[in-house]
Design a protein around this ligand. Sequence first.
Ligand SMILES: C[S@@+](CC[C@H](N)C(=O)[O-])C[C@H]1O[C@@H](n2cnc3c(N)ncnc32)[C@H](O)[C@@H]1O
Length: 279
Amino acid sequence: MPALSTSDIEIRLLIEAIYLRYNYDFRDYSAASQARRILHAVTQMECATVSELQSRVLHDADAFARLLQFLTIPTSEMFRDPAYFLALREQVVPFLKTYPSLKIWIAGCSTGEEVVSMAILLHEEGLLERCIVYATDINPQSLERARKGVYPLDRMDDYALSYQQAGGRARLSDYYTAAYGAALFDRSLFERISFSDHSLATDSVFSETHLVCCRNVLIYFNRGLQERALGLFHESLCHRGFLGLGSKESVDFSGHANLFEPLARSERIYRKSSPEKAQ
Ligand SMILES: C[S@@+](CC[C@H](N)C(=O)[O-])C[C@H]1O[C@@H](n2cnc3c(N)ncnc32)[C@H](O)[C@@H]1O
């Protein structure tokens, strides 16, 4: 076994300590980017070493809450990768319209921008009223912000452009009220959304769904955890259900490749294979 650096050993011990103390499992995340985030947290939290950070986190839950912001990458955008949302609208929605009721799971929803985008799309397609959207994440601060649906007003021009490119039928500004530098999204968009804590690393499937969206989350996982997450999505999806991933993520080359078939490969939208094709 190659010799580990002191910093690598400290990082492993920190991750183990977090698991034992707080039951958050970061043990199967991609090591290089996780190390970068931890070393950044060491500086930002004014610790001399990772070991000092470990001691702080073990004895102070507030310090852990702060570290969680570094470990979880709480970033998002509305209508991120507009071609993905356009493909959902044009190629997935026609199938979704055939169901009398729908369940959609947005895993790793962060601060909710992806959820609001989906709610607007579903509303414009006449589907929102027959949906339950489960929006899940492991970061309680992100979930709290997602529930509020309030975003900086200065992001709205960029988001409005993406919304138009994604096939938006109205103006993005029709869906929010501007006040004091913030955009407050219409509460009617949130009536069908259930936000909750769920970890792709430790929790199991909680519902059968027709569409699972998990974007820009698997890139932070190692191969084993990616397989676990894909397994959960496969188990959750109904017969011939749909899966949407992020632009740098794929089912191809995974152990689940034959369980999904590409519907819009370049937009990373897949469909659960029929059982005879999944052999
Ligand atoms: C970069 S954000 C992606 C947000 C959104 N899906 C998007 O594409 O705009 C990654 C999110 O994954 C969440 N996450 C990280 N590990 C997770 C896990 N084990 N289970 C569920 N969510 C996780 C983080 O908390 C973070 O909110």
